[in-house]
Write a protein that binds this ligand. Structure first.
Ligand SMILES: [Zn+2]
Length: 80
């Protein structure tokens, strides 16, 4: 009788292990697609793409930095 109990216990353990192995990994993939929620703007001076929240804006135009904004504006004023 004891051996039957052992076999039953073994089968039970085996089933539990199988069930555990079958469970799909619920681990969330740690690659939530680059945080590109903000869209990219192109610097009008150097053409670099910068996230909208980091871009320096001048009206409808965007620049990668304040320096480029000023350089672009300076270039414009000397163009005439
Ligand atoms: Zn730039």
């Amino acid at each position: 009788m004891n051996i039957l109990f052992l076999i039953a216990a073994f089968v039970l353990v085996f089933m539990v292990v199988r069930l555990l192995l079958k469970t799909p990994d619920v681990k969330r993939p740690k690659h939530p697609q680059q945080v590109s929620s903000s869209h990219m703007l192109r610097c009008e001076y150097c053409g670099l793409h910068v996230p909208e929240n980091e871009a320096v804006k001048e009206g409808p135009r965007a620049f990668c930095s304040n320096e480029h904004r000023e350089l672009a504006l300076a270039q414009e004023s000397t163009r005439e």
